[in-house]
Design a protein around this ligand. Structure first.
Ligand code: G
Ligand code: MN
Length: 350
């Protein structure tokens, strides 16, 4: 990885220790932290691949599999460093995607979606960096920032909406939270502090959690989620059907909304029993008194198939892609005008 011609001088552990011992204490601490971080990232990568490092080294030296793992550990560290810098340099942005009421076609709320506006690579979706953010703990400051930003922007959406639909339920804002964040948010009134700062009505906020939170440690999850619910926000179960949550204990969690993963929604076109399965999931949600969102509705054909099911909301490219704040506000204004007009022209009966 050297950028220039380099001479490698081997230093044995003893000499290294000796040099370290006599170095500036600050530089010593610095090196220890960096070395510790590297070992940690390498260990994690090896664990993930089920490779025992010392054994691999002894048997065949640095074999290619080990090298690959080492590369990936270094790349993780680099992403972590870049993420740290991204926080400092304000490189994160929130995109918004509407969630639409099935029966009226009117926007009911938005989902806030994190994006990283990378200086060289442009907009990056969370799939590429959330794993590293979670492992390194950076998800805590990043996640809090997303909630803050969503709370700050919600009144702007509500103002536009209320110009046409005053008296209707207020627009809500849905925010994704990772399992690590849940624990933090449930403590020290962290969430309440954020909501208070922005004067946000907790009833208009939905936190989206995933099934792995419920599966990994259900008892702790119930406690944490109960505390979070006590602030007045709602909880949505995201990507339902892709995790391993057992239907038999879903009722234990204080969940208000179930979001059916897009793989099930897309399957209504490609699988023979696709529609029945979606219907079954909706039946389950109803039995648990949860509202239902169909995720990933991409075309009219899909919408026409699911619109007669008992589903509250739809989300997906068919309604709108996620857009940055200003673009989404403009789109919301156009949407509100045209929906208000269409609804006014519709006869009340028949
Ligand atoms: O896990 P979660 O449901 O929060 O993921 C939302 C992601 O899905 C966002 O990154 C968003 O861009 C993407 N998305 C939203 N609507 C659609 C859609 O209709 N089709 C597909 N393929 N992806 C979508
Ligand atoms: Mn989501």
């Amino acid at each position: 990885m050297a950028l220039e011609d380099t001479v490698v001088i081997p230093i044995d552990a003893e000499t290294f220790q000796e040099k370290l011992g006599s170095s500036d204490p600050m530089a010593y601490m610095f090196l220890r932290v960096i070395a510790g971080r590297y070992r940690w990232a390498l260990r994690r990568a090896l664990d993930n691949q089920n490779i025992n490092s010392s054994k691999t080294m002894m048997m065949g030296g640095m074999d290619t599999r080990y090298m690959r793992v080492r590369e990936s550990a270094i790349s993780r560290l680099r992403i972590e460093q870049d993420l740290q810098e991204a926080i400092e340099k304000d490189q994160f942005v929130v995109y918004y995607q509407p969630i639409v009421t099935m029966t009226t076609g009117v926007i009911a709320g938005f989902e806030a979606l994190l994006r990283w506006n990378h200086p060289e690579r442009g907009i990056i979706a969370p799939g590429e960096f959330v794993g590293v953010a979670e492992e390194s703990g950076l998800i805590i400051p990043i996640g809090s920032w997303v909630i803050e930003k969503a709370c700050e922007d919600l009144p702007r959406f509500q103002d536009v909406f209320n110009q046409n639909f005053l008296g209707q339920p207020e627009l809500f804002m849905s925010v994704n939270v990772s399992p690590k964040q849940i624990d933090k948010l449930s403590k020290l009134d962290r969430l309440k502090a954020i909501l208070d700062t922005h004067g946000t009505d907790p009833g208009n906020i939905k936190l989206e959690i995933t099934e792995d939170l419920l599966v990994t440690s259900p008892e702790l999850a119930v406690l944490a989620l109960d505390k979070i619910k006590a602030t007045g926000v709602e909880l949505a179960l995201d990507d339902f059907g892709t995790g391993y949550s057992s239907m038999s204990y879903l009722h234990r969690f204080p969940l208000d909304v179930l979001k059916i993963d897009r793989t099930f929604i897309n399957a209504v076109n490609s699988e023979e029993k696709g529609l029945e399965i979606v219907q079954g999931i909706i039946g389950l949600a109803r039995a648990l008194r949860m509202q239902v969102v169909a995720e990933g509705v991409e075309d009219l054909e899909t919408l026409n198939k699911i619109r007669h099911l008992d589903c509250d909301y739809l989300q997906g490219f068919f309604a709108s892609k996620p857009w940055p704040l200003e673009a989404m506000l403009a789109s919301l204004a156009r949407h509100c005008r045209s929906r208000a007009k269409a609804l006014a022209e519709q006869p009340m009966v028949g």
